[in-house]
Design a protein around this ligand. Structure first.
Ligand code: DLL
Length: 432
């Protein structure tokens, strides 16, 4: 089901016109109302008069994560503070959090974007959405909530945590849609299995997973363990929260709500805009946001775009599932390594649980990457020589994919910490 066929399946020419009009209006508005943007634009020698359509977007300055810290908390505000009705922030684990301030209209835009997301898996008023994304300053919980409300589905606002209660409610309320991080869905599967729950007997048919990196291998694990179709949803606090892009039933890239959020892919080193199919950093402009509008925000997320019309009939551009983050990239002995590459290798090997951790350390000026891999029960009780064979299979797979030697350490079942929200998979001791 397409929630808003008018925008989601619009002819390219008409869409470009809408994007152009919205960009001109946005630039004019932020130039007048946000001193930060006015200063930046003046520094670049550009004014609203020089922006006459979406093609002119390349003349505008980028906004970076560091800028977001500089404008903390409310220096990007483009409306009277009295018009703000809700505020969310990022977790701020690496510094000041990013603040997103919403007007009533922004909440409507967010609800619309999330209704489009939920409609991608045919959510209707007959569905019950078990929403285990955290409620609070994190955007996951309320984002899903608003979309489900707009559709008229029944939302179960369970938020994160208390896994036994989650399992009981999943069974008793016969929820049809599960929303949480991919890592938490696997934790639910594991805890459920221990309690003897047969997921085949639950009513779940689809899960909308995002907020953290995950791979195709992880998708297969989730689908097999929870007996549902797993779809990828993407978003970030700086832009609006979840609802920026999401997969349809064909699981072939995430449709970006590009009448609302204009995407570009750039070369992270030069800032040059790259064509379809070329990997680079995703940059997003919020075309309609009122409270804290964002011009050319450098997300640090790596992906590529595809403008072909999808089999579902949507014409909205698709982004490939995230390939990594520019700041997630580990440089091990000079070689670039993305955690997602490691996950792909691990999950291809039978006997590996989808729980792992990467520990990086430096010994005698040399970087050491230790890959801690959790075994399943069966493997754990296997003979030592089989374990050695298994370990070497993993090492070879990692060497083939990464081109560097890693230390593989098999660990007992259930020893890697489980997360109720975003999983922490990398521990880089070199920075300590
Ligand atoms: O994670 C918003 C969200 C909530 C998205 C619920 C999806 C579902 P932040 O906490 O600001 O917002 O984190 C944003 O998380 O820049 C990505 O690096 C990462 N991320 C989000 N979705 C995905 C995904 C929310 N589907 C940051 N795949 C983004 C991989 C994702 N990474």
């Amino acid at each position: 089901m397409i929630w808003n066929p008018h925008y989601e399946s619009m002819e390219r020419e008409k869409l470009t016109k809408i994007q152009s009009d919205r960009l001109c209006e946005l630039v004019d508005r932020v130039y007048r109302k946000v001193p930060f943007y006015r200063k930046r634009m003046k520094e670049m020698g550009v004014s609203p008069a020089g922006i006459n359509g979406i093609a002119d977007i390349v003349k505008l300055p980028f906004l970076t994560k560091d800028d977001m810290r500089e404008v903390y908390p409310f220096k990007l505000l483009a409306v009277d503070p009295i018009d703000i009705v809700e505020v969310h922030t990022s977790s701020g684990t690496t510094g000041k959090p990013v603040v997103d301030a919403y007007t009533r209209q922004d909440i409507s835009i967010w609800s619309e974007a999330m209704a489009r997301t939920l409609a991608m898996c045919d959510t209707t008023r007959t569905d019950s959405v078990h929403n285990a994304y955290g409620y609070g300053l994190f955007t996951g919980g309320l984002g899903v909530h608003y979309g489900a409300r707009l559709i008229g589905a029944n939302v179960i606002p369970i938020s994160g945590g208390n896994t036994s209660r989650q399992l009981a409610i999943l069974q008793d309320f016969k929820s049809t849609i599960l929303t949480c991080t991919p890592s938490y869905s696997l934790y639910l599967a594991e805890a459920g299995r221990e309690q003897g729950i047969d997921f085949k007997k639950l009513s779940l048919r689809v899960g909308l997973f995002g907020a953290e990196p995950w791979s195709e291998g992880m998708r297969k694990e989730i689908e097999a363990k929870l007996y549902l179709k797993a779809l990828d949803i993407y978003g970030l606090t700086e832009i609006i929260g979840p609802g920026v892009a999401s997969e349809c039933e064909y699981q072939d890239g995430l449709h970006i709500c590009e009448d609302l959020f204009y995407p570009e892919i750039i070369d992270p080193k030069t800032g040059e805009v790259l064509p379809d199919g070329k990997e680079g950093e995703l940059v997003i402009t919020t075309l309609t946001k009122q409270g804290t509008p964002v011009l050319r925000y450098r997300t640090r997320d790596i992906t590529y775009l595809n403008h072909e019309t999808c089999r579902c009939g949507r014409t909205a551009v698709r982004m490939h599932r995230l390939l990594g983050r520019t700041d997630d990239m580990l440089i091990i002995r000079g070689v670039n390594v993305f955690p997602s590459q490691i996950e792909e290798v691990l999950l291809r090997i039978e006997g590996v649980e989808p729980h792992y951790q990467l520990i990086i350390d430096r010994q005698e000026q040399l970087d050491i990457l230790e890959v801690r891999v959790e075994m399943n029960e069966q493997l754990f009780s296997d003979e030592i020589k089989n374990l050695e064979r298994f370990e070497s299979e993993i090492s070879q797979g990692l060497y083939a994919a990464l081109g560097i030697h890693t230390r593989v350490k098999l660990v007992e079942p259930k020893t890697i910490p489980r997360s109720e929200g975003k999983a922490k998979r990398v521990i880089d001791k070199r920075q300590l």
